[in-house]
Design a protein around this ligand. Structure first.
Ligand SMILES: Nc1ncnc2c1ncn2[C@@H]1O[C@H](COP(=O)(O)OP(=O)(O)OP(=O)(O)O)[C@@H](O)[C@H]1O
Ligand SMILES: [Mg+2]
Length: 340
């Protein structure tokens, strides 16, 4: 077998392909479709979702770019949809949430880790030729969303690299001299560290600019986000805590998804059952909705499997006379009830 690595000049080929018609690089984003997609996955954060869709449409259309398409800082309590937003954007804009590059910044808290993970080990070190886990995937496919979770835990060196990435749209691996181009990426930073302080500091404020200024001051006072880093971030959003009804809606979304995983549509879930699940969630979960998925699985998976074995394609969950869950093939319980 030939060695593909040496069979052509890959860097040149990549540049040629990305400039040619081969690469499907649509210059427009349909804001309405993007908005619908985001709304189908993220509940209770409507203002943020609308603003993000608009921002992306406007940024996506720029002909010449020397920086990432846009950079967002998502703040807010745990389990409110920050990572979900990054996934939903990656899925819609780049075709798959699997292509998203995700870095847990708590793993980038030492300078050595930060550098070797992001742009590769220094020359002479083991693995220095294999490059960084940020730079290499971008060289291979520059159309990606990059997510830095818990960004406040990152070592200051990460912020130095971020400054370059956000400012020049490029990062060079020191050991190999190869450069990754970030001008087709979207960069998302998330943090829940200052959520409570931010909520307090902005209480009662309604004007977005006023809220933003208060948050920016808070962030730079904390020392994590240096003013020059803040200056390069296009937009900061503060995610809201989720209310009971929104959590119920998310539960329905998750039940629908669970059904789909078993190849079934879930047509109806009795409100009493949803309430039972939400109450069970409240008991075990200190952190809002982190446990919700597992609880819904415990509640509904068994019945879904039974129905699947009977080759049923659509189901309804109703409340049985003993207060327990009863699962019917959709449509059937209606005639059963009519016969009562
Ligand atoms: N607003 C929301 N709409 C729909 N689903 C949500 C929302 N918030 C959270 N979820 C669900 O809860 C789970 C956790 O949410 P997510 O990962 O987005 O939390 P997060 O805000 O990133 O929290 P953390 O700060 O702890 O990382 C996801 O599986 C997601 O499906
Ligand atoms: Mg998250």
């Amino acid at each position: 077998m030939s060695d593909l690595n040496n069979m052509t000049d890959w860097e040149k080929l990549r540049a040629l392909v990305s400039d040619s018609k081969l690469e499907n690089k649509s210059r427009t984003v349909d804001e309405k479709l993007l908005l619908n997609h985001l709304k189908s996955r993220i509940k209770g954060q409507d203002e943020i979702v609308s603003d993000v869709a608009r921002l992306i449409r406007l940024s996506w259309e720029k002909q010449e770019r020397t920086r990432p398409i846009c950079s967002l800082l998502l703040l807010g309590p745990t389990g409110t949809g920050k990572t979900e937003m990054a996934k939903a954007l990656a899925e819609y804009l780049y075709g798959s949430e699997k292509d998203m590059l995700r870095f847990d910044c708590s793993e980038l808290s030492s300078p050595d880790m930060a550098k070797s993970r992001l742009t590769g080990s220094s020359s002479g070190y083991k693995d220095s030729e294999s490059g960084g886990q940020l730079t290499r995937p971008i060289m291979a496919n520059p159309r990606r969303l990059i997510l830095f979770d818990e960004v406040e835990k990152a070592h200051p060196l990460v912020f130095d690299l971020l400054l370059q990435l956000l400012g020049d749209g490029r990062l060079t691996e020191q050991s190999t001299g190869k450069t990754a181009d970030f001008t087709q990426t979207i960069v998302v930073l998330t943090s829940n560290a200052i959520a409570e302080e931010a909520a307090k500091a902005t209480q009662g404020m309604t004007d977005y600019r006023e809220i933003l200024n208060a948050i920016k001051t808070l962030l730079s006072e904390g020392g994590t986000f240096r003013p020059e880093v803040m200056g390069r971030i296009d937009k900061v959003y503060l995610f809201k805590p989720l209310s009971g009804m929104i959590v119920a809606e998310i539960a329905l979304l998750k039940i629908a998804r669970l059904g789909k995983e078993y190849g079934m549509t879930v047509e109806f879930v009795a409100p009493e059952l949803l309430l039972q699940a939400l109450e069970a969630n409240l008991k075990v979960s200190r952190f809002g909705i982190r446990e919700l998925e597992r609880i819904l699985f415990d509640f509904f998976a068994e019945q879904l499997v039974t129905m699947r074995e009977k080759k049923v394609k659509a189901v309804s969950f109703r409340l049985g006379p003993d207060g327990k869950i009863v699962c019917y093939p959709a449509g059937q319980q209606d005639s059963a009830q009519a016969g009562k």
